[in-house]
Each structure stands twice: as structure tokens, then as C-alpha cells.
Design a protein around this ligand. Sequence first.
Ligand SMILES: [Zn+2]
Length: 328
Amino acid sequence: MHSMRFCVVVIIGFCLFNAGLIAQSTKPDRQVAVTIDDLPAGMADRLPATDITAMTAKLLTTLRDQKVPVVGFVNEKKLYKPGEVDERIKVLEMWLDYGFELGNHTFSHVSLNQAGLKAWEDDVIQGESVTRILLAQHKMKLRYFRHPYLDTGRDLETRRKADEFLAQRGYRIAPITLDGWDWMFAGVYEDAKKRNDTALQQQIVKDYLAYHDAVFAYTEQQSVKVVGYEPRQILLLHASNLEADHIGELMDVLRKRGYRFITLGDALDDSAYSLPDTFVGEGGTGWIDHWAITQGKIPQGAPVFPQWVIAKAKELHQSTGQVSAETQ
Ligand SMILES: [Zn+2]
């Protein structure tokens, strides 16, 4: 009897061991770099510096605890609120003190497509002053640039000139491949949080996580169609209370899909980021789309954004008279 039971235990154990090996070998080794735009905060004009500081501390604590490397992209114009300038600069310093990196997202979040090349170049330069000093104090250099609205130029000549300008100033362009429009959820979440509407907050978070998961799945499929494999992905998020409160859960969604977190520099080493890219357009988009369109493949089947969130966001703008320009 004893030996029989021993045999069963051994066989079961062996099966479990094998199942473990199979699960391990079939789990894809996915990699992602996280980037966060619109620092010090997407809604910096509406939030007092104390709120921005608390939001940032919460966001950075989670990211540091979970060992997620991040580059944050700054709009320095948001620092210049009378009486709050020092406090707002301290928020940027927090990013470096926590061990993260800062990049340039232009001074005033200006679109290359709207402003034109010269005005846009001036805004890029104006956006360097404080960030460059803070980085130097941490023995770092300003080396990454992210286009506002992902607008990279309406025509190829402008795009190439802008690329050349950025390269001359020592920048590497930070492309994106994963984008779940978190800024759209974040605006509605901010309002629900202010009104202590916890039921609505939960609903927003549920859809924010589900929509991102759907975008990740779609982008993985598109990657294989366009690039031939899943490159090291780059995720676009925005500095907001939604991310401060829930980014840990979003990182769990990525982990469940087999992702591990890498630096932006490591992501850019993927040869996908040197693929031919002749994309131009009125509106910006992610780089998987850039490469698809360059190859003459029209991107199809992107998951539909939850319409009720768009409707709520529109309602908010109407009732406050404010139009959010802080997107992407
Ligand atoms: Zn932005």
C-alpha cells in the first residue's frame, strides 16, 4: 500500500513538474518600457501644487516598489503658476530622487502639425531650461523627446527637418507602441474623485484596465503582422490621479500577459525602431501604425474605446467650459 501511494505521489509530482515546464516554455517573454507624459500633471492648471505633490509621491512609490523603470516627459510651462513655482519644480525633482528619468515634451505641449516647424522648435528649446538643470544636478543628461499629440509632421520634409533638429540637440525620439488613451479615462476619474463618487470611480477603473488589456492584445497581433514579431513595446501613460491610484493594477495586467519591465533605452535597442517609417498625417498615432502605413497595410480591428467615457468627458467640458488640451 505504502509503495503504491508513493508511486501515485511521484507520478502526480512528475506531471505537475512537467506542466510547470510547459507553462514556462510557452509563456511569451514580452518586454515593455513605461513612459509617462505631461509632467508635472496632465491637469496641472486645475490642481494645486499640494495635490500634484501628493499624486506624484503615490505614483512614484508604486513604480519604485514594483521596480518599473520610467521616463517622465515634462511640459515646463506647467511650472509657472504664481506662488507655486518652487513647489512644482520640486515635483520634477521627486522623479529624479526616486530614481526615474525626465525627458522633454515641449514647453507648452505644442503640436508640430499645428504650430509649424519654427515655432515648434522654439518651444522644444524653451522646454529644456529647468529639466536640463535638474538632470545635471543628478549627473544625467536630457536625452529623450516625446512629440505632443504624437504629431510628427504633416509632410515628410517637415518630419525629416524636425528629426534632424532633435538629433542635433542630442535627443532620441521616444516612440510609443501601446496606447490605451488613459488621459481620457483620467479626466472623468478626476471629476468622480473630486465628487467622492466611488461607484463611478470603480466603473472607470474596471474599463480602464479592460480596455488597456484589449489594446495590448490587439497590438501584439498587429506587431506580428507588421514587424514579424513582438518588438520591445513602449507604453504611453499620463501623470494623473488615475495612474497614481491604479497604475499597480495596470502593471499587473501587463505581467499577466507575460511582460517584464525594461528601460526606454533597452526598448529602443530593438531593431524594429529602425524600420522604414515614412508616416505623415494630420493626427499622430503609434509606431506600429507608422510601420503598417509605410508598408501599405491599413491598420484594422483596433478595440473600440468605451463610448460612455467619451460622452462623460464631453459632458464635463461643457459643464466647466474647459476644453482639455492636455491630451497625448
Ligand atoms: Zn502630452
